[in-house]
Design a protein around this ligand. Structure first.
Ligand code: HC0
Ligand code: SF4
Length: 571
């Protein structure tokens, strides 16, 4: 251990510690901007500078290692003045459009400027980093970029995509795409993880709230909305509630007040996905089909697979995702039952995911030329619409989803967590293989926060080797092992976002990044709580699903089901 003094207080820390870590051990908060523990420890912004007795100049606490006997000052007037000066320099090159910025009041730079007393910017703008690019699902505004590099780190290290990075030198340094192109022209998977880690408003999702307002106000259209499993455990955060709070009832009330004609649930179509995907798994196992079967409901993962692992395209489940299945049945089964022309049904999705906007636009997911889903908004965009309409969300009474496509089971709910699709499928496959109504349904071996989890599940004497992956860099690691013959599985779940949809790129932004893991854990727990409280916890027990098959689609895997609910991807 190394003994040092910080602001006159003694502390012992491991030899490998930085001054920042040592200060945090003493509960001394040194401000940071570019720093992300374990991901981006590069000392590029210099906000964390400190004085070290006997050393010349100031030193960034996030990358300066401790040594025996150091004496550090973290808030001398020299330090405070320097931090203020650094912020003024950053602000000089930052488009100061705070009032109209989507990150107003949720911006780390704004918070630092307030805390350090930055009132005016005494410097001229030095760099022109380009104009806003709105042509992708992920909108980049280089004029607001503070060059922290956090997006580049997440894109390459967590997602193994690497489509944004530093370019140019000196005052012309920028964080940009290859050739400064739109992200849509490259292998960006639209996961939105860069948005969530950006400290300012330089990255945002494409805003589709205008499209949804227009649809809701169009009397010619019958507008139905579906809500993804993970939205209800995070939406409350936008209104001051604890992460993980289940606000399903209030969310449904809010959507009805916003003017949607019907409020339905993606959890319903998650149950439907299990009926189709469980059948597909059993077919492949029994009939020598291509294995491992790999889930296909995460559109970021699908795009990643198409760009980098096209030799696994035939392993992908042919099932559309629950979002798309919902749209397909809304415009067929629901329109038929309600006596409405399918072309007049406008389907809106509320998703925790930015890649769902891309998925909804995919040509191969259309049925007879008709899109399944017409508009996708994120959890953040729904919160914005609720705020715009003056609804006092926290005060709302609860209400229930509309019937026909509003009932769901605990299995549908857990889709929102990493491991959830796997567990939901195992619950149904186990009942089908044993022809029993099994009580032991919590497959805890596939739960957890680790990036790659493997398990052997024995069902009715059949030994199933399964794996659950989250984050596309982890998907690469697993698929590389399969390619080289080091590993083999029957069934794999892949979710593009670390933690699964609860941590999707469209979820509320957590300003205090040190709390991010805890927030993720609370959202995950919120979802397992919904599952535990459900009377029905297996997809095949969903009465509305049974009714739909009986009346409209015969059996899972039927010709009609294939027409509506399945697709294929081109290599
Ligand atoms: Fe998900 Fe989904 S669980 S991808 O994470 O499968 O976005 O929440 O809606 O479609 O159901 C996201 C969440 C969904 C879909 C479902 C799946
Ligand atoms: Fe990278 Fe995902 Fe951001 Fe695209 S959306 S730039 S893949 S982090």
């Amino acid at each position: 251990m190394i003994n040092i003094k910080i602001d006159g207080l003694d502390v012992s820390v491991p030899k490998s510690a930085t001054i920042l870590q040592a200060a945090r051990q003493l509960q001394i908060e040194i401000p940071t901007l570019c720093y992300m523990k374990g991901l981006n420890e590069v000392g590029s912004c210099r906000i964390c500078v400190v004085e070290v007795e006997g050393w010349r100049g100031l030193h960034p606490a996030c990358v300066t290692k401790v040594s025996e006997g150091l004496s550090v000052k973290t808030s001398s007037s020299t330090v405070r003045e320097s931090r203020k000066n650094i912020l003024e320099l950053i602000m000089a090159n930052h488009d100061r459009e705070c009032l109209s910025c989507p990150r107003n009041q949720n911006c780390e730079l704004q918070k630092l400027c307030n805390e350090m007393g930055v009132e005016a910017v005494p410097y001229e703008k030095r760099a022109d980093r380009g104009t806003i690019d709105k042509s992708s699902y992920i909108v980049r505004d280089p004029g607001k970029c503070v060059l922290c590099g956090r997006c580049a780190a997440v894109c390459s290290d967590i997602q193994n995509v690497g489509v944004i990075n530093y370019a140019h030198r000196g005052a012309h340094t920028s964080v940009t795409t290859p050739y400064g192109d739109s992200l849509s022209e490259h292998s960006c998977i639209n996961c939105g993880q860069c948005i969530k880690i950006c400290p300012v408003g330089a990255l945002q999702e494409r805003d589709d709230t205008g499209k949804v307002w227009n649809a809701v106000e169009d009397n010619e259209l019958h507008v139905v909305v579906q809500t993804a499993p993970a939205v209800r455990v995070a939406l409350g955060e936008e209104f001051g509630m604890q992460p993980g709070t289940d606000v399903e009832g209030k969310m449904v009330t809010a959507l009805k007040r916003l003017g949607f004609d019907r409020v339905f649930d993606t959890n319903f179509s998650a149950d439907l996905t299990i009926m189709e995907e469980g059948t597909e798994l059993l077919n492949r196992l029994n009939n020598g089909g291509r294995l491992p079967l790999i889930t296909s409901c995460s559109p970021g993962w699908i795009k990643f697979c198409e760009h980098n692992y096209h030799d696994f395209i035939d392993n992908l489940s042919s099932c559309k995702s629950p979002q798309q299945m919902f749209g397909a049945v809304a415009k067929s089964y629901y329109a038929h039952k309600a006596g409405i022309d399918a072309k007049k049904v406008f389907v809106v999705s509320v998703m925790p995911c930015t890649a769902k906007k891309f998925e909804a636009d995919r040509e191969e997911l259309k049925v007879d030329g008709l899109r399944d889903v017409d508009a996708v908004i994120t959890t953040r965009e729904l919160a914005k619409m609720i705020k715009q309409s003056g609804i006092q969300f926290a005060e709302l009474p609860d209400s229930g989803f509309d019937s026909l496509m509003g009932v769901s089971t605990g299995a549908g709910a857990i889709f929102g967590n990493t491991g959830g699709v796997m567990e939901a499928a195992l619950r149904t496959v186990a009942d089908l293989l044993t022809a029993k109504d099994l009580n032991d349904i919590e497959y805890t071996s596939v739960r957890g926060m680790e990036g790659i989890r493997e398990a052997n599940v024995v069902i009715n004497g059949m030994d199933l080797r399964v794996a659950v992956v989250n984050g596309t860099a982890n998907a690469s690691k697993l698929l590389d092992k399969i390619r080289s013959g080091e590993a083999a599985y029957h069934f794999i779940e892949v979710m593009a976002c670390p933690g699964g949809c609860v941590n999707g790129g469209g979820q509320p932004i957590i300003m205090d990044k040190s709390a991010a893991e805890e927030v993720k854990r609370m959202r995950i727990e919120g979802i397992y709580g919904i599952d535990r409280d459900r009377e029905l916890r297996k997809s095949h027990k969903n009465p509305e699903i049974k009714e739909m098959y009986e009346e409209y689609m015969d059996n899972p895997g039927s010709h009609k089901a294939h027409q509506l609910l399945h697709t294929h991807y081109v290599k």
